[in-house]
Design a protein around this ligand. Structure first.
Ligand code: NOJ
Length: 468
């Protein structure tokens, strides 16, 4: 494994998953508060009311980050802490909440005091419920509301913060309109494509607003996820099949979640989301495949969406092996090869595919020609505290070692990847799966709030020291 000295080593979290304190200091309800408080929706009916109580324990958590030795910490600001909304004469009025802004002020200062760069995500899924009541991402105006948030964040923090991500994982936000994430709506393909267009517009307007309000030069991207496909074998044919799969927007038989009413629009077609951002246009094939379901593109939309970005954030967990030939569902020269029997899987049963860190990044790097930051990578594990009081998680160490080795190969082969943020710093509230999954480098006992760094924490710490 080889990494350059200026490679950024980090860890990531998000507001709703770790903060708790949902009713404190003027925070208004978000769609995740509403969703999790409905019965039988999340695993064991759990919610993020308290979770890691990071809102009160951020200093302790930053001390852990300092010990870990990370250069940067990616966290999200909770939109419902910064603004609440009301309606007057049919117009939506945004009211800023000073106490909410103060929390992130304190957090940022504490990070900087400990030599950790704050990297902000503007939207990691906790939309104010009042905005969802206006349609959320089904309403084009979301882009303006998002821009207002972005401007306020830049105005307040850009003297100290230079790295921003607009939206986290657009395909998963779309999941809220497919029935498997908050707000739990089930819509049709035409609506899905509209939601995607409005998300892209929101990204574009947030990007513009951040730049306009910043007091120094900033770096902006979105944190996008997808399946990290890889060629099933080293053969030339499978490599070509892999390229075809990456270039195919409906060629993502990514049925990791039910896609009601959505026929074949898939969750990960990376280029459907990233081409508009980097090239200012949807892939041509989209118009042929989705026809009348394509969103209404107004004059100027694509220019807004493609406002230049400096980097590309990618969240990566797993992928599918791609083979040549015409077996399986997709008959255009490639198919998803079968996994071997009993393949390695994490506690959430997601396949462990270190190969996802290789050609996938070369593909993204070649296509978009922007430095890439891995904004999330990690695994759920069945971690327990042993009798010796420690948390031994050899699987996570093995996972990180294998993934990072492949990443190092990808960089050697020319992929411009400049940083890695482990998901997650802490065990936390895993959305619809409640507290059933543990993704942290630090074990959290949710009854006592005791933090126990896992073996992987110390392994990562050593790795960071070695490459620094
Ligand atoms: C993606 C999301 O950004 C994050 O919120 C989630 O916890 C992890 N992946 C693990 O599922």
């Amino acid at each position: 494994m080889k990494f350059s000295k200026d490679f950024i080593w980090g860890a990531a979290t998000s507001s709703y998953q770790i903060e708790g304190a949902v009713n404190e200091d003027g925070r208004c309800p978000s769609i995740w508060d509403t969703y999790t408080h409905k019965e039988h929706i999340t695993h064991d009916g759990k919610n993020g009311d308290i979770t890691c109580d990071h809102y009160h324990r951020y200093k302790e958590d930053i001390a852990l980050m300092r010990e870990l030795g990370i250069n940067a910490y990616r966290f999200s600001i909770a939109w419902p802490r910064l603004f609440s909304y009301s309606k007057s004469k049919g117009k939506l009025i945004a009211t800023p909440n000073e106490k909410g802004f103060d929390f992130y002020d304190r957090l940022i200062d504490e990070l900087l005091k400990n030599n950790i760069e704050p990297w902000i995500t503007l939207y990691h899924w906790d939309m104010p419920q009042t905005l969802q009541d206006e349609g959320g991402f089904l309403n084009r105006e979301i882009a303006d509301w998002g821009a207002e948030l972005a401007a306020a964040v830049a105005k307040k923090y850009s003297d100290r913060v230079t790295h921003y991500f607009t939206l986290n994982e657009m395909p998963c936000i779309l999941g809220g309109y497919m029935g498997w994430k908050a707000p739990g709506l089930v819509k049709k393909r035409k609506d899905h494509l509209n939601v995607i267009h409005n998300m892209l517009l929101t990204h574009g307007k947030m990007n513009q607003a951040l730049r306009a309000a910043s007091t120094q030069k900033i770096i902006v991207s979105c944190a996008q996820n997808g399946l990290g496909h890889y060629p099933a074998t080293d053969s030339k044919e499978d490599y070509e099949a892999f390229l075809k799969a990456m270039n195919c927007i409906e060629g993502a038989p990514y049925e990791y979640a039910p896609l009601p009413g959505s026929k074949r629009i898939m969750s990960d077609a990376l280029i459907y989301y990233l081409d508009p951002i980097h090239f200012g246009k949807y892939p041509d094939q989209a118009f042929k495949i989705f026809k009348g379901d394509m969103p209404k593109i107004k004059n100027g939309d694509m220019e807004i969406i493609s406002t230049p970005t400096e980097i590309q954030g990618i969240n990566i967990y797993e992928g599918r092996p791609i083979a040549s030939g015409s077996k399986g569902k997709y008959q255009d020269g490639w198919h998803i090869a079968e996994y071997s029997d009993g393949m390695d899987r994490n506690a959430a049963k997601w396949p462990i595919t270190p190969e996802s860190m290789n050609k996938y990044f070369n593909f993204i790097s070649d296509r978009y020609k922007k430095p890439i930051y891995i904004t999330e990578n990690g695994m759920s594990n069945a971690d327990i505290i042993s009798e010796d009081g420690k948390c031994h998680d050899p699987q996570r160490i093995e996972f990180m070692r294998r993934y990072l080795e492949k990443l190092s190969t990808s960089i050697e082969n020319g992929a411009d990847v400049r940083g890695y943020f482990h998901w997650s710093l802490l065990d936390n509230f895993e959305w619809e799966n409640g507290f059933n999954e543990r993704f942290g480098l630090v074990h959290v006992d949710y009854t006592t709030q005791k933090r126990t760094p896992k073996d992987s924490f110390y392994w990562y710490k050593n790795l960071i020291e070695k490459f620094r």
